[in-house]
Design a protein around this ligand. Structure first.
Ligand code: SF4
Length: 56
């Protein structure tokens, strides 16, 4: 399943980007943006997110 970010939950902490730069970046709105919905590291990003904003 492609990874997704719930922008209502995301606080822009950047943990997902640190764990999975191939899959996520911080967008102009300061929140996480999926750049590769099928990145292999997405599960790690999901586990690192403090507010459970990522679904994989
Ligand atoms: S780890 Fe979660 S809260 Fe932090 S930027 Fe990524 S999606 Fe947003």
């Amino acid at each position: 399943m492609p990874s997704q970010v719930d922008l209502d939950k995301c606080i822009g902490c950047g943990a997902c980007v640190a764990m999975c730069p191939a899959g996520f970046k911080l967008g102009a709105n300061g929140k996480s943006e999926v750049i590769d919905p099928n990145s292999e590291c997405a599960e790690k990003a999901k586990d690192a997110c403090p507010v459970q904003a990522i679904t994989v």
